[in-house]
Design a protein around this ligand. Sequence first.
Ligand code: CUA
Length: 381
Amino acid sequence: DDAGILLRDHRRRLGTLSSAEPWHATEPASNWGAIDDTLFLTLVITGLFFVAIGLFVALALWRYRHRDGLRAHYEPENKRLEWWLIGITSVGIVGLLAPGLVIYNDFVRVPDDARVTEAVGQQWQWAFRFPGEDGKLGTSGIQWIGAANPLGINPGDPDGQDDIVVQGNELRLPVGRPVKLLLRSKDVLHNFYVPQLRAKMDLVPGMVSHFWFTPTETGRYEILCAEFCGVGHYSMRGRLLVEETSDFDRWLGEQPTFAALQSAQAQGRPADPLVERGRELARRHGCTACHSLDGSDSLGPGWRGLYGSRERLVDGSEVLVDEAYLRESILDPAARIVEGYSPVMTAYALDDDSLKALLALIRSLGEQPDRAAMAEEGRML
Ligand code: CUA
């Protein structure tokens, strides 16, 4: 049933994360741990008022219960009581507000040494960008340019050419270094939320929002989208990996810059007109919002290496992902769902030429050898 599929999908995505989730709030892992103290203070203050009001109501009920000959009387004014109530309420509200304002004052002042990093959200995945050797992020932000390399830097952005763009929903950060995280959305409102950071911020289409934090504990955390953003909202999850600075620097040094990636792609890929048309169609119809092209986790089956693979279906049977199955999956996605995925794709009534182009694109992204046929022909070792 649908709920079962959603749950399996959820578990598949969380497979790499810690299974020992506590029942209470997770331990803070950033400089915003003091927010827990304000929550506790709020609990104490509101708790005291809750008990005091409850006792007062109980006392009033008992003291003024119905008795023969006793009547209520109207008291038009009691200045002393009014001043007491105003005073206590004011102290309570200021007491609730003040610690939060102190923290908020820090929250809106980004430290000068904060490293600028960018997170981009789109339905329903994350991508990240780190400044290259010049230490500066390009100003134009990551853009979605075409289907095969959906993320890129505006070629006219000089600061951006040495930036490092990372797809696949994983953000790595060094421990102990303040981060100013720029947030952009391609499509709708999203929200970057890591519970252990004790901070979150909306991604708003058309503008760049930001917030800052210092990761204080190494470890692996879950990034959650905390703003309802469509049918795949529940699956818009990522990983935050906080590492020792030396490990982070080594990893970052191994990542190709955007310019290097682009020139490698330009050299390595002979242009096949049918594949290029497929790429254009995939972009126009938004296929790549749910199907990753680079093998990373996505809402639907990723296209890299899909052609020719054997997939288990939700009914337990197996299917060879050949042309016939891919055609059916586009025209009638609900017919045979691959296990671990949700039946959320709508049907696309494409003409035969468009289908051929899309199939050519999927095939160009890596083909699995047909193991069964090879075994039959005696070619398997
Ligand atoms: Cu993105 Cu919810």
